[in-house]
Design a protein around this ligand. Structure first.
Ligand SMILES: Cc1cc2nc3c(=O)[nH]c(=O)nc-3n(C[C@H](O)[C@H](O)[C@H](O)COP(=O)(O)O)c2cc1C
Length: 376
């Protein structure tokens, strides 16, 4: 019987993902001054133990001002490398591919940790030491009433930021990550350049779609140059803003083709988030609700895509791959609930009767138990 699509290896440049299951990047808001710690090791490590082919670390800021909250990870200094190395060594040791998402929060920076309110920092946060900072964006448009108004970036600031993205890429490489994703989604800095709702500039970084894509493409190009040629580069896009007169699928297809031309290897197709919530108001949120974006991008540009969003079990994931929606499947919240999601998917697809995909510390016992039970 041929291997199910979900458990076929995925070669990307010189890196081979052992299967198609990727941990979606998920902010933990648990770093101090950008440094990874035991939380990140255990949080990410459990997915390598759980059989994920690729474990992607959360949105990691290229400068302190680019953090969403005080608890975000950072890669703006060489001293951030060593604690992340501990994480990548562990993930690689279990046969999974360590990846990281590189980000700048733009006008959505300087926020509360979600469990403290998920809004702008307030007096209660200040008293705990979480002070606000000044934020930047393509245009001086705040997220909403009560949110900090960002400063419009000058062209010199933009060049400086492109440089910071490429420096962070070199640090990600030094930390041992074998794949890097550009966070171009959810209304953060890059996405806010793409969308005509948040980018009202009338210089070369604004105006028509070509101008609004310039920042994303400059970043992709510079990161591609910094990343060793055998390591793949992903780009996460909000395929649609889901707001009137916003970025839409026809824009995503054009961007994906341009990104492919500068050496991006996978488009990770998310959506929404421009005005606060991480999903669009217009997209009905059912299982696999964003997968059609991945399919359209893949069919129009022949670039590999990753589907994400309410992909709940192995059978659903397998069907998405078999039906040509995507090449990779990212699992977010369901993985928070079940770090062994990939092993359960293998079970459902009858892939691992002898528990060989499990770390031997568990697999040996589980195999022995299942054979003993079969003998009864
Ligand atoms: C706790 C949490 C943190 C998240 N942080 C990020 C992030 O750092 N970068 C990102 O692009 N998306 C982030 N997301 C979105 C997820 O990557 C994913 O796209 C979303 O949760 C939908 O997939 P799911 O239905 O499998 O959870 C986050 C989601 C959650 C639940």
């Amino acid at each position: 019987m041929p291997k199910p699509h979900l458990f076929q290896p995925m070669p990307l440049r010189g890196v081979v993902l052992p299967n198609r299951v990727v941990l979606a990047p998920m902010c933990q808001y648990s770093a101090q001054d950008g440094y990874a710690n035991d939380w990140h090791l255990v949080h990410l490590g459990r997915y390598a133990m759980g059989g994920f082919g690729c474990v992607m670390a959360e949105a990691t800021a290229v400068e302190p001002e680019g953090r969403i909250t005080h608890g975000d990870l950072g890669l703006w200094d060489d001293t951030h490398i060593a604690p992340l190395q501990k994480v990548t060594n562990f993930i690689r040791g279990l046969g999974s591919v360590p990846a990281i998402q590189i980000a700048h929060a733009g006008r959505k920076a300087s926020m509360q940790r979600p469990w403290n309110g998920n809004g702008p920092l307030n007096e209660t946060d200040f008293s705990k030491g979480d002070k606000p900072w000044s934020i930047k964006a393509p245009s001086a448009i705040a997220v909403d009433e009560g949110y900090i108004k960002p400063t419009e970036l000058s062209q010199t600031d933009i060049k400086d930021l492109v440089n910071k993205f490429s420096e962070a890429t070199s640090r990600a490489d030094a930390a041992g990550f074998d794949a890097v994703e550009i966070h171009g989604a959810h209304g953060y800095l890059i996405a806010s350049f793409l969308s005509p709702i948040t980018n009202k500039r009338n210089d070369i970084y604004g105006g028509d779609r070509k101008g609004r894509m310039r920042f994303a493409l400059e970043i992709a190009r510079s990161m591609r140059e910094r990343l060793p040629s055998h390591k793949p580069l992903f780009f996460r896009v909000s395929s649609v803003d889901g707001a009137e007169n916003g970025w839409d699928m026809s824009d995503t297809v054009v961007l994906a083709a341009e990104l492919k031309a500068v050496g991006v290897d996978v488009i990770d197709c998310s959506s929404g988030g421009l005005t606060g919530s991480s999903t669009t108001q217009n997209t009905k949120r059912g299982p696999g609700y964003q997968a059609p974006f991945a399919k359209e991008t893949r069919e129009a540009t022949c670039i590999p895509t990753m589907a994400v969003g309410l992909i709940l079990d192995g059978i659903q994931a397998e069907n998405l791959l078999a039906d040509g929606y995507a090449d990779l499947i990212a699992i977010g919240r369901e993985a928070l609930k079940n770090p062994h999601w990939a092993h359960d998917a293998a079970d459902a697809l009858r892939q691992d009767p002898d528990f060989e995909l499990w770390p031997k510390q568990s697999g040996w016992w589980l195999d022995k138990r299942s054979k003993a039970m079969a003998r009864q």
